[in-house]
Write a protein that binds this ligand. Sequence first.
Ligand SMILES: [Fe+2]
Length: 233
Amino acid sequence: MIFATKTIENFLSADEITEIEAMINAGMAGFMVDFPESAREELNDKGIDRVANILNLPIYNDTHTRLNEILLPKLQEHFHKDIFIDDCHILESHSPYMVHTDATDDDAENYTIKPANGMIPAWTFIIPLDTYNSNTIIFDQSSSKYKGPEIWVEKTNPPLLNSIDEETYNKYFINIAYPIVLKHFSIEEIFPWKKGSLSAAAREKFHCSDNFLKNGVKQKRAIVMWTTVPKDS
Ligand SMILES: [Fe+2]
């Protein structure tokens, strides 16, 4: 099954976003801080005390029926009638995520959820809650097995593409990806973070944030969903 990359502008209206913000303000979302041990020293040196806040908002909870009503019918209409939203959270990103996939990796320290029996990973959706001078970059390359680009290059020996020029590198990828690793990647899509737009890409596609800190953006917030669909659909 192909989970095509797609952007839909104005997927959520300003009113719908206001409603979702009210749910967050009412304390309906869980809260956890993403700050892996491995990142602490480097980020503390830059005055950053976390990679991100993750505010969980599971859409099938009895108390979240309005959120379900806002999101699910549109996702069923645009993407798949049997789509299942395994994880829905608000990402408050304080430090850009480097290149990774959102597919399952048993060994990885990550928040990517495992598909239930009979289900397969489908799309990651990102819906920015405001407009920011920042982008998500989605690459053509994908892996169902390796979440990180270095291990993927090491294990699968992909061809050298040299498709990302210096200007593009300087614009998006300084401190985000090693040039030597990016030589194996080509950009499929650059998704600008615009309020209410939706980015859809296969969870197995490699993707990353640009270095928004370099653009003077201190943090950015979005709804992020990891989804599955039935295997034989
Ligand atoms: Fe991701």
